[in-house]
Design a binder for this molecule. Structure first.
Ligand code: ADP
Ligand code: MG
Length: 698
């Protein structure tokens, strides 16, 4: 149960005075649904309203707070003309200018003859002075309250800054003093104020520099968030360690068959990774291992060989992928290998329904199926295993820690101490691995399979589209299969879709229908299959796609990747997309089409892609260019999104938080000591309590 001291902070924002449903919806969009979300909404800058000159001395462009008397109203004479309220002081006159204002509202707000405090930006108009849409209009006794430094916050369309500032202020006022959860020495050494003081100060910046993430108070708050994150991960991990695992040892008979059937030899790092995994499986504890490797580095094969060991030992194995396409692809990759080994494989995704699904579920429960490949559908209640021994989760950045914790909780009853292997396409730097996985054991695939040729990468302006289309035509005439990825616009699927559909129509007109296929997230699964099938098995042609293909399609015969508006994609995403080609023995190329003008960052991104294919280097560069906040913030990442911590800025705090979490939990694994209890409050505050519950029940 959430500690009662935190109840007020988890109230709905609608309970704040002055937030009706409409405005509350806007505030929710900007910050979140609960008061606590307002606390985490940090100022991005400030407005200084302390300057209070006489009207005659108010400089153009300055934000000022004036004491005035209302002189006269000039209602709008025509549509489109503003309503003006003339005000004066001893030095001169100023017009408050309102577009689309209601007269009766303004008459109440600014009655003729009344004294008022007005604050806003000064403009010159003809020879007069004016203040369009003052930010504040109030009776004179509120001068002190208005003529201060006011924080500014990220807004959403239609939300007035005043409303948000007020809501946040009200939320901050409700923040209670909480017991200290951080290590005393750390607090002393860094000169950190208490959580509540830090929060209050963070929302009351005095200088612009106070709104930077590196300040003492912001660091304290960032640490708290990172500490909560690391504690949650450590709790889940500790629980996993405590759970009795099984020693899963195979005799190698299936593995040897498959190794003999593979048309290639494992790379050195595949061999090392496999032996690390088998070592964990053979040990009595529960495996929690991350298999990290760049796109195309051959993770699936390694995972499958590990699955065979589980089967040799009499267990079943499951492979879960984040998308339907990927699940099907894994299934198809595995099928021939499974045949070589003589084992039963099935696929189970959201699309499987009715009798077929029922039959799969029954055979799975009866232990007749050795390997099942699927999506989230595998976690449904009616799916049960006879004897699951290894769960492989192909993550490709799509599942977050929260989901994983949820899976673990769900799997607890069904799966017991199942060994878990998580596959992730790199390029995530060490810091981010730590945030997403905590102290997981890591195996890395550092080499690419031999024989891969470098992907020739060029960047061209969109103006040269026609040229590119002609090049593509020449290439498909020679038998190439080409991906054509359409831009991500505004993170809106509908707009993405429009762009892809348009490009599809355009290319169809040029190359003919048989040679162009379209795939996007809104297609029905069978339509997606049909498009993929036509692309892979039909005559050489083009697959026009939104970013759905990013998540790991494996079409070794595809050799060209065209990315339209490449400047709109993140670096990691571009790297992932490019990794779709260069998977076979043939020469591959990637064309990055960019819109102009190209910003500094976008230019640097395209530059690094042309320079290297090394996922780690690209990832580090990405972090440097965008800041971790953004790397983590992308919806696609599936990595935790921090609201206070900025990993580029607070990487040192992350390491400290990890160590603190470890030390604390070693001494007090169930959080019973006074500090442990304070830490529980922290976990609830950051909504990481699922991990805590799990740790106690597990
Ligand atoms: P990942 O999952 O890491 O992106 P995959 O496991 O899908 O990579 O492998 C990509 C391709 O490389 C597949 O076609 C696979 O058969 C092939 N492959 C894997 N390991 C090797 C190897 N050691 N030598 C040659 N080809 C390999
Ligand atoms: Mg793969």
């Amino acid at each position: 149960m959430r500690p009662s001291i935190l109840f007020p902070l988890f109230a709905d924002i609608k309970t704040l005075p002055g937030l009706g449903p409409k405005i509350a919806a806007l505030v929710e969009r900007a910050a979140g649904p609960h008061l606590v979300d307002l606390l985490w909404h940090m100022p991005t800058g400030l407005v200084d309203r302390r300057f209070s000159p006489a009207i005659a001395d108010a400089p153009e462009g300055a934000v000022v707070t004036l004491r005035v008397r209302v002189a006269e109203h000039f209602p709008s004479r025509r549509r489109g003309m503003p309503y003006k309220v003339r005000c004066e002081d001893a030095s001169g006159e100023i017009d408050l200018v309102y577009f689309h204002a209601k007269g009766d509202y303004l008459e109440k707000l600014l009655p003729v003859g009344a004294d008022r405090v007005v604050s806003g930006k000064i403009e010159r108009y003809r020879d007069g002075v004016q203040m369009p849409h003052p930010d504040h209009v109030a009776p004179p006794e509120q001068f002190e309250a208005i003529a201060t430094v006011e924080p500014t916050y990220g807004l959403t369309a239609g939300l007035s800054p005043k409303v948000l500032v007020k809501a946040i202020k009200a939320a901050v006022a409700k923040a209670p003093e909480l017991p200290e959860w951080a290590d005393k020495n750390l607090v002393a050494q860094r000169g950190w104020p208490s959580w509540r003081t830090a929060l209050t100060q963070a929302h009351a910046p005095k200088e612009n520099s106070d709104t930077q993430p590196g300040t003492v108070v912001r660091s304290r708050l960032a640490y708290d968030e990172l500490f909560a994150n690391q504690l949650a991960l450590a709790l889940v991990r500790a629980r996993d360690r405590r759970r009795p695992g099984r020693s899963v040892k195979g005799d190698g008979r299936l593995r040897d068959k498959v190794l003999a059937a593979l048309p290639f030899k494992l790379t050195g790092s595949q061999t090392v990774a496999l032996s690390e995994i088998l070592g964990d499986m053979g040990a009595p504890g529960r495996m929690q291992r991350l298999l990290q490797g760049d796109v195309g580095s051959g993770k699936t094969v390694v995972a499958f060989l590990a699955m065979l060991t589980a089967i040799e030992a009499g267990y079943q194995a499951a492979l879960m992928a984040p998308t339907e396409i990927l699940a099907r692809q894994h299934y198809e990759t595995i099928l021939p290998l499974a045949e070589a080994a003589g084992i039963e494989v099935a696929v189970l995704t959201g699309r499987d329904k009715g009798k077929v699904k029922q039959a799969t579920i029954e055979r799975l429960a009866a232990g007749q199926i050795s390997v099942v490949v699927g999506t989230h559908a595998l976690f449904e209640d009616d799916v049960a295993f006879d004897n699951l021994g290894l769960a492989v989760i192909d993550e490709q950045h799509r599942f977050g820690v929260h989901q994983r914790v949820a899976f673990a909780a769900k799997g607890a009853s069904e799966e017991g101490g199942v060994d878990t292997l998580i596959m992730t396409a790199t390029p995530i730097p060490r810091t981010l691995v730590m945030c997403a996985y905590g102290d997981m054991d890591v195996s890395k695939l550092t080499e690419k399979p031999p024989g891969r040729k470098p992907i020739k990468t060029v960047a061209l302006p969109l103006e040269r589209m026609d040229e590119v289309v002609e090049r593509v035509r020449a290439l498909i005439d020679k038998g190439a299969r080409v991906y054509w990825v359409c831009p991500l616009v505004d993170e809106s699927e509908i707009i993405d879709l429009a762009a892809a559909t348009e490009r599809y129509a355009d290319l169809t007109a040029r190359f003919g229908e048989a040679r162009v296929h379209l795939i996007h997230g809104k297609l029905k699964p069978t339509q997606k299959d049909a498009a993929m099938d036509a692309f892979v098995n039909g005559p050489p042609g083009v697959l026009v796609a939104t970013t759905v293909i990013e998540v790991g399609v494996n079409v070794p015969s595809a050799t060209v990747m065209v990315i339209e508006h490449a400047e709109r994609f993140g670096l990691a995403q571009l790297h992932q997309l490019r990794g779709r080609v260069g998977r076979g023995a043939a020469e591959s190329s990637c064309v990055l089409l960019y819109g102009q003008p190209l910003g500094q960052t976008a230019k640097a991104r395209l530059e690094i892609l042309r320079e290297t294919e090394d996922g780690f280097r690209i990832a580090e560069k990405d972090l440097e260019l965008r800041g971790a906040g953004e790397v983590l913030g992308t919806k696609q990442s599936g990595l935790p999104q921090f609201r206070l911590a900025d990993l580029a800025e607070h990487a040192d705090l992350l390491e400290i938080a990890r160590d603190d979490a470890r030390v604390l939990l070693e001494a007090d694994p169930t959080l019973e000591t006074p500090r442990g209890k304070a830490v529980r409050t922290l976990l609830y505050l950051f909504e990481r309590d699922a991990a805590f519950k799990l740790a106690r029940t597990g």
